[in-house]
Design a protein around this ligand. Structure first.
Ligand code: ADP
Ligand code: ZN
Length: 960
């Protein structure tokens, strides 16, 4: 390849050579054999054109990411107008000293600049600069230095070029700036790596007049409103989806209208489709900036499976891949280009984009723009400037996390109007949220994994040590787990992340270091082995589950030890930050301790009010059933999980013991007394003579710990710092005076809420399809979920599609995927049906499927419609596979929401004699409908609870 030598800097006995290729890439040329060549690299001169044959340097010495090794070289000719060449191939940045490696450099007190390590290596180590002020020579004893004046004393740059130093470098001179060696302050061995910024040469030629950038506003953007009617068809045929999700249609229409927009939607809600779909219809290219390399890769792979040409540019590409990608972009065949911000901001990339027709510019993870966000990235600030260079393009900023302040910030820096802000609810309906006390963490972990056999999950721990020990323990038990934390070798980390993405059923045990950019759609559970730091982190972490819309379990283990640790760290903090941290802990505890729907405190943290009383997908909602339980009934039907029972007796026993010992002992000592321990401490204090000694043998030690945890969380007891001794609260006193306590049977709740399968399907066929997917994915080197999501396989195993026509109705099967994979999957399904003699199911009966899949209101609606249309309770129950009481429950909900209910349909289900019916109605009048038990007793237990449920509804309908 041909290169132009643009710099030569001093390096011990030789020179370090900077070159520029004819496609605008900066290289640092290294000799093949440094030792034998004393004067190495001295033969190059700045301004010469050379033909070189290079190989990539396997061992890049930071920060020199441009290193290549010269295998062979040949001098061609001098280049006359080197400044013009640079101007064209690697446009210099004009401005003050702050534009040098903008955002990455920081001034030190001595005036030297350094670059802090943010994400490992910088993406480049050279740039060109035209300073807006003159630099004056300011040597120290050893080095030639130049000083750029600033308000706070100036910044000094060491000069390392071969030119004869001048006393002043005029403003506007073309300068080359590069990064020098990597170092770490000796007094801060844990501090970040940094390196010097140095001047590596100047070009005292004529300064070309600056091209005037055209203000973006003045350019009439071409709109494509005529494309809007086509979007439904594209959704269907290309992506294989039936309907748009919330806000997608509006956002897409806005893109075609060329209105810059901001979309704030939770992870997994389908933000990507908002730009992927328009990209297929727009002439020209859509550019997506994303900081997450693995996410880019996944999306590009997935887009290709849909038949949409997409590429990415980031630091993971080899040089030849990079060149190949550039060629494809230039040829105009690419619809979507993904790029890391650093890559995009490289002058040569900007130049390339200006030549292409960029119609849409997408900023993913847009919260990185804001300094108020938790992920601020300085490069993101520069993206605003980049937009001015692409005046034709419409901008879409998307993010899953943005507080009010961050949203304002994004809108302001991207000039997005309020009208073009789209905020969807943060509720992720398919995540089943639960919190349980940590009793035996390992056992609880195993329970959760066992409930998700063969499925992928993430277990979050608070420390690296914990990650190591837990993953070892689980590995010994034969579980497919892998550890992941920032203390591991980066190679091992990469390997583990790769396996998680490419293999089925891997469980990652990790610190919070894991998860950014995990696009895997079928993560089926998230376990918080330790408490998360705050709700925002928590929400981000659980957000990685269930991106495919199928339900996923999010279980948090609650322990006082963890809270004590968090408190301890807060106490160590700078007092200024402490109140913020305390507030965050408080909101976290409000979430863990709530007795209402967990979505209320969670969503309220994000400024949303959750209106419903029953989300049907959190432990509190799924297990609330006290109304039935008070009547002595167990919950029946498909929606019951854990039973709440009367815990008044153990609560009193525990409280009495606390009182008898003077409210100065901790949880375990009380338990030891209750269980009749003969320990030194118990006997020594004479606690074996207490009335509560040895009265609690009914429960094991572990169960008592669980019970005590519940009593504390229900507010019967309070822990007193610093030793965690227990004291009765006024609620506790009330219990001693007769107040009842409800709670969960210890031992039962350690079983997590297993995800419900959202659609009934043939699991044998599913397994066959899944292994076919694994095989195809292996052959093609794709993550399996890029071929088909679990949801797609589930539908195939439920509806047995046997023709291409059938196939197109399956979730996520678009035209291209049908062509690619139909010939593989259809024969397997056909053979399976033949062997098992399964009759063809024609059109999937969507109404039933949807009723079974949908939670909450949709399901109630379906059941109510069927009932009003004349179907009996029994018939609906057997069709859906639910208990009759569940159907009645939904009808009750429908009634409460104001819908009429067919009385004759209810009476048809009654088995009572007319006389009994009268008696029941009278009893309800007398005792009310809140609890069934008094009515049950008043009727001498002649009417079953099933019957009472029916009659209670009849009573309400006729009297309200
Ligand atoms: P986000 O970027 O918001 O985290 P994604 O864009 O990755 O979420 O979308 C999550 C999943 O939902 C993807 O698998 C995507 O293909 C799918 N999806 C998006 N829109 C729809 C839709 N309208 N119907 C069905 N599935 C969709
Ligand atoms: Zn709930």
């Amino acid at each position: 390849m041909k290169v132009v030598i643009v710099a030569k800097t001093r390096m011990r006995g030789g020179a370090c050579i900077g070159a520029l290729t004819f496609d605008g890439r900066s290289l640092r040329l290294i000799a093949k054999d440094q030792e034998t060549n004393n004067n190495f690299n001295m033969d190059y001169q700045v301004g010469e054109v050379w033909e070189v044959e290079v190989s990539e340097d396997a061992q890049i010495t930071p920060p020199h990411v441009e290193n290549v090794i010269v295998q062979r070289k040949r001098r061609l000719a001098p280049m006359m107008k080197i400044d013009q060449f640079i101007e064209k191939q690697m446009p210099p940045l004009p401005g003050g000293v702050e534009v040098i490696f903008d955002g990455l450099t920081q001034p030190t007190s001595t005036g030297t600049l350094y670059i802090a390590e943010r994400n490992g290596l910088p993406s480049r180590s050279t740039i060109f600069w035209r300073p807006n002020q003159a630099l004056r020579r300011d040597d120290d004893r050893k080095r030639i230095r130049y000083r750029y004046p600033t308000g706070d004393g100036g910044r000094t740059l060491t000069f390392v070029g071969f030119q004869r130093p001048v006393s002043e470098i005029p403003a506007g001179t073309l300068l080359r700036v590069s990064l020098a060696h990597w170092w770490r302050p000796r007094e801060k061995p844990e501090g970040e790596l940094r390196c010097y910024v140095q001047l590596s040469g100047w070009f005292p030629y004529k300064i070309p007049t600056k091209p005037q950038p055209v203000p973006a506003q003045r350019i009439q953007k071409r709109t494509y409103e005529n494309k809007i009617p086509e979007i439904d068809q594209v959704l269907n045929q290309v992506f294989g989806y039936q309907d748009f999700r919330h806000l997608q249609r509006e956002i897409i229409a806005n893109i075609f209208r060329k209105q810059d927009s901001l979309a704030v939607m939770p992870t997994g809600s389908g933000k990507s489709l908002c730009y992927q779909l328009p990209a297929t219809l727009l002439p020209g290219m859509t550019v997506v900036v994303s900081p997450l390399i693995s996410l880019m890769e996944d999306q590009v792979l997935e887009l290709r499976e849909w038949g949409i040409p997409a590429v990415y540019l980031n630091s993971s590409l080899t040089h030849s891949q990079y060149l190949e990608t550039l060629a494809r972009i230039k040829s105009g065949q690419i619809k979507l280009l993904y790029a890391a911000p650093e890559t995009l901001l490289r002058p040569e990339t900007i130049l390339l984009l200006k030549k292409c027709r960029v119609e849409c510019f997408v900023i993913d993870e847009a919260h990185c723009i804001s300094e108020w966000g938790h992920d601020f990235r300085p490069e993101y600030r520069q993206l605003a400037g980049l937009r001015a260079q692409l005046p034709q393009a419409v901008t879409l900023a998307v993010t899953a996390t943005a507080t009010q302040r961050v949203r304002q910030d994004i809108k302001k820096s991207l000039l997005v109007s309020d009208a073009n802000e789209f905020i969807s609810s943060f509720d992720r309906k398919n995540l089943v949220l639960s919190v349980v006390d940590k009793i035996d963490a390992l056992e609880q972990t195993r329970d959760l994994i066992d409930a998700h056999k063969g499925q992928a999950g993430i277990i979050y721990c608070s420390t690296r040590d914990r990650v190591d020990t837990l993953s070892e323990q689980l590995q010994m038990l034969g579980y497919p787990v892998l550890p992941y934390h920032a203390g591991m070798e980066s190679d091992a980390r990469r390997r583990h992340q790769h396996r998680f993405r490419y293999e089925e059923g891997i469980i990652m045990v990790a610190t919070i270091a894991f998860g950014m950019g995990i696009n895997k759609s079928n993560v089926r559970f998230i376990l918080h082995y330790n408490l998360p730091k705050n709700l925002e982190n928590y929400y981000q972490q659980i957000g990685r589950a269930g991106r495919d819309g199928l339900s996923a379990d999010c279980l948090m283990l609650y322990s006082y030890g963890d809270i004590a640790t968090i408190r301890y760290f807060i106490e160590q903090e700078d007092p200024k930050r402490r109140s913020g941290s305390e507030h965050r802990l408080k909101t976290l505890l409000a979430y863990t301790d709530t007795h209402t729907c967990r979505r209320k405190p969670l969503l309220s943290y994000f400024g949303e009010t959750y209106e419903k009383d029953d989300c049907e997908a959190c432990d509190n909602c799924l297990h609330s059933g006290t109304e039935h339980l008070a009547a002595g009934l167990e919950l029946t039907g498909d929606e019951s999980g854990t039973q709440q029972v009367d815990l008044t007796t153990p609560a009193r026993q525990y409280l009495v013991c606390v009182k008898e010992t003077g409210e100065i002992f901790g949880m375990m000592h009380i338990i030891n007394i209750l269980r009749g321990s003969k320990s030194k401490k118990v006997l020594g204090k004479g606690h074996d003579r207490l009335s509560s000694y040895n009265i609690g043998l009914e429960y094991t030690k572990k169960q008592w710990r669980y019970l005590a945890g519940q009593f504390i969380r229900q507010g019967l007891l309070r822990r007193v710092q610093p030793h965690g001794s227990l004291e009765l609260t006024s609620v506790g006193e009330a219990v001693l005076e007769g107040k009842k306590v409800w709670g969960v049977v210890p031992g039962y709740i350690t079983k997590p809420t297993a995800s419900k399968v959202d659609l009934e399907y043939d699991s044998d066929l599913f397994e066959q399809l899944r292994s076919l997917r694994t095989k195809l994915a292996g052959e093609r080197e794709l993550p399996p979920y890029v071929i088909f999501h679990d949801r797609t396989l589930t539908e195939m195993a439920a509806y047995y599609p046997r023709t291409s026509e059938d196939m197109t109705r399956i979730y996520g099967v678009g035209k291209h995927k049908l062509e690619q994979y139909g010939p593989h999957f259809l024969p397997v399904i056909k053979a399976y049906c033949k062997e098992k003699e399964i009759e063809p199911v024609n059109v999937p009966s969507m109404s039933i499927a949807q009723a079974k899949t949908a939670r909450g209101r949709k399901r109630t609606q379906y059941i109510w419609e069927r009932f009003q249309a004349g179907d009996s309770i029994q018939a609906i129950a057997s069709e859906l596979g639910f208990a009759s009481s569940t159907i009645l429950n939904h009808l009750k909900k429908a009634f409460v929401s104001g819908k009429p209910i067919r009385l004759d349909g209810l009476k048809d289900a009654s088995e009572l004699s007319q006389a009994d019916e009268k008696g029941v109605m009278k009893a309800f009048e007398e005792f009310g409908t809140y609890r069934l038990r008094p009515v049950f007793d008043a009727l001498d237990q002649t009417a079953s609870y099933d019957q009472l449920h029916i009659w209670r509804l009849i009573y309400r309908i006729t009297t309200e």
